[in-house]
Design a protein around this ligand. Structure first.
Ligand code: AMP
Ligand code: GLY
Length: 406
């Protein structure tokens, strides 16, 4: 098949890498760094001829790209604009979860500041404050401190943070337990699970510092049994698909379940309507069947059995630019990428990296610069490969977590 992967980050690089094993891949628009390995196109995806369109990031989904392609009878892996509201609007998400009776945190939405402040004062810690709208995983505050929660509410509701993504907020009960990311491949009615992964959302070692888009990940998780993953499909994912269908939404794409496994069972923290980044980099290479065929089955409404996966472990470490996640400084030259990539069992996925062809160097162009990924028969081996590869790479102000998978 000829497959268009829409997007330009580490997740799309990983999608292109795995799909590219069996198929011709075009990344649209991709990046100059990804362009070192794959064909790129900066055309509107609709103007690129292909057998399958795989849409990576949430924004084009929220903007209705999948609908536009389907209007032209294209096979698309990615939900419609209406389905993408699960991620685009926390208030919509909660509405669907309540209607589908899916276990999740107690919560309320607010557009009035004084009501929001009164409500948070009536709650117990930890306090969880979210914006309504896309904030790329960076719009969430989880804190034990009431004063910090109140400050954050004021900042979010008055729009001082996150530009347009502020104003309506959701205040939630803090869930306590073990967190995992599960990718459910959905064909509108049915869903199958890929192996669960864990993501490190906080910036600093020991899970300190602000939330980020994700600083590292690994898979599989020794504590997440197949039966737990099936339970997540049955109690969280499938009821959501059914409720969407009742509302006229045929959800064909990945539902990324952010799950807290609590003492009283798994609960949804959030659904995303795309693959997670950097979890994709550690999950997709485990798939042993043809991923293109599987995603096509979802696109045409025929997903049936859980894909076969290898038992190997993968672990990825995100190298971040100075200032990330607040204000990122770009432009630094990156050394050692080729050396790192040549190591056994190592793959470097480019995110905020560009390639300067005149100077023949990779350059920092975004906050999360690259995901350095190791694989091996055990997590320990995957980890040691990833970190040895990281030690080859340098750029000014580079920072990363040294405790991924520790
Ligand atoms: P989100 O963008 O909704 O995924 O939130 C980012 C991170 O904040 C999650 O991955 C969790 O670690 C944490 N978080 C969000 N909501 C809750 C909650 N209700 N209880 C506990 N932790 C949460
Ligand atoms: N790694 C978290 C996310 O993709 O939202």
């Amino acid at each position: 098949m000829r497959i268009v992967v829409v997007g330009s980050g580490g997740r799309e690089h990983a999608l292109a890498y795995v799909l590219g094993k069996e198929h011709e891949v075009v990344v649209a628009p991709g990046s100059s760094a990804i362009g070192q390995y794959f064909d790129l196109s900066d055309k509107d995806p609709l103007d690129i001829d292909a057998d399958l369109y795989v849409i990576g990031p949430e924004q084009p989904l929220v903007d209705g790209l999948a609908d536009r392609l389907r209007e032209h009878s294209k096979a698309v892996f990615g939900p419609s604009k209406e389905g993408a509201r699960l991620e685009g609007s926390k208030a919509f998400l909660k509405d669907v979860l309540v209607a589908a009776k899916v276990p999740t945190a107690e919560h309320r939405s607010f557009s009035d500041l004084s009501h929001a402040l009164a409500y948070v004062e009536s709650m117990k810690p930890p306090y969880v404050i979210k914006t309504d709208g896309l904030a790329e995983g960076k719009g969430v505050l989880v804190t034990e401190e009431l004063s910090e929660a109140k400050e954050d509410i004021v900042a979010k509701m008055t729009g001082r943070r996150f530009n347009g993504a502020g104003r309506t907020i959701v205040i939630e009960e803090g869930l306590v337990g073990k967190e995992l990311s599960l990718f459910a491949l959905c064909d509108g009615r049915n869903a199958v699970a890929l192996p669960a992964a864990t993501d490190y959302k906080r910036l600093l070692e020991g899970n300190e510092g602000p939330n980020t888009g994700g600083m590292g990940a690994y898979a599989p998780l020794s504590w997440a049994s197949d039966s737990l993953q099936e339970e997540i499909l049955d109690t969280l994912v499938k009821p959501t698909l059914k409720e969407l269908l009742r509302r006229g939404v045929q959800y064909r794409g990945v539902l990324y379940a952010g799950v807290m496994v609590t003492d009283s069972g798994p609960k949804i923290i959030e659904f995303n309507v795309r693959f997670g980044d950097p979890e994709t980099q550690v999950v997709l290479p485990k798939v042993e069947e043809d991923l293109g065929d599987i995603l096509l089955e979802c696109a045409v409404g025929e997903i049936d059995t859980r894909p076969k996966v290898s038992s190997k472990s993968l672990l990825t470490v995100v190298l971040a630019a100075p200032g990330y996640p607040l204000s990122t400084k770009t432009g630094a030259e990156i050394a050692g990428v080729q050396r790192a990539s040549k190591r056994d069992g190592v793959k470097v996925f480019f995110a905020g990296t560009s390639y300067d062809s005149e100077r023949d160097v990779f350059v920092v162009s975004g906050g999360r610069v690259m995901a350095v990924t190791g694989e091996g028969p055990t997590l320990l081996e995957a980890r040691s490969r990833a970190y040895s590869a990281v030690s080859e790479i340098t750029f000014e102000g580079m920072h990363y977590r040294s405790d991924i998978g520790a």
